[in-house]
Ligand binder design. Sequence first.
Ligand SMILES: *Cc1c(COP(=O)(O)O)cnc(C)c1O
Length: 392
Amino acid sequence: MSPATEELFSRYVVPNYGRFPVSIERGEGSQVWDDQGRRYLDFFPGWGCNLLGHCPPPVVEAVQEQVAQLIHVPNTWHFESQGQWAKLLSERSFGGQAFFCNSGAEANEAAIKLVRLHAPKKRYKIITFQGGFHGRTFGAVSATAQPKYHEGLGPMLPGFLYAPFGDLDAVRELIDEETAGILVEPIQGEGGIRLPPEGFLQGLRDLADQHELLLVFDEVQTGCGRTGEWFAYQNLGVTPDVMTLAKSLCGGIAGGALLTTSEIAPSLRPGMHAATFGGNPIAARAGIATIEMIEKQGLLQRAKDLGETFRKKLGPLANELDLVKELRVAGLMIGLELVVDGAPVVTACMEKGLLVNCTQGNVVRLLPAMTLTNKELQEGCEILIDVLRSIG
Ligand SMILES: *Cc1c(COP(=O)(O)O)cnc(C)c1O
């Protein structure tokens, strides 16, 4: 990284992120280049936002065209592309309606409000799950049952009750006459690529139906093709009442959405919620281009196939190496749980030109692009395997 960039950050940028000493300048597909001209293979493009890879051409083209025509109009007007985008999402999910915002946390804020607004009087409690992650705004972080994200912030927004992920009995015990909803990631992402135990999501669906609660799936990380279906709930066979989306929704452009059925949607009534930039023309065109690219190029199937190839390449490590505990794969959500700290693995991979992530201290997390080539997959896995072998 150039000393000038380093100086700019240390003087002028709030130091709330742990940043690598690398300045990225350009990206294309699954590759990025830093300001020294060094190339990296990216198995974690855009923290999961760049599911189509860096700068996917159809998204670039749609955004370039739109930005010259109309950048922003408030949501007090109509414009066709927002309606078209909502239709495409509706047709690929459970046929409801969309509220648009700009991020995952915002989508979850909308969901929290919707749950409370929809519930009969006096009901306000929402059950969420330990190890879950829903974002950093106050509602979303209160919903996030990880003490490390609450430290020093208290008091949190009241009304969230936390259950262990996978424990239906615990959920049953938490439900009372004030419970309004259940909010869950169908597959925990930041929590370490944790798959739901057999029957868990169906059990939540049954409890929600029995007690007239809204079942909300946070598909911010799992949605939009990440698992090889449009949405993870379709893989898992349980349909929510409300679903939140962001990250890869707009092919790398900022955008978020809440989807719900047309029966529930009117509870988010005029005047109760809004997002100034939500569903803006650029996000809408990028969102549409994202869906079209995935379909034209058959990328849902590609995500499944790539996931299986990762499983074949990395799965044997659990037997071969003592430090590898388990591999978990759901399409292009890949978690390799180690029995040691994963940070040195991330650093060693980066030194060899491969970008990966570590979450929960010991889970090496890959969220690769659907456009990853077989050669890139091979190259990256070789680096990762070499690094793991060198550590032991
Ligand atoms: C990343 C993430 C969020 C937060 O999204 P932001 O766009 O950073 O606000 C919420 N939920 C899940 C499951 C996520 O992975």
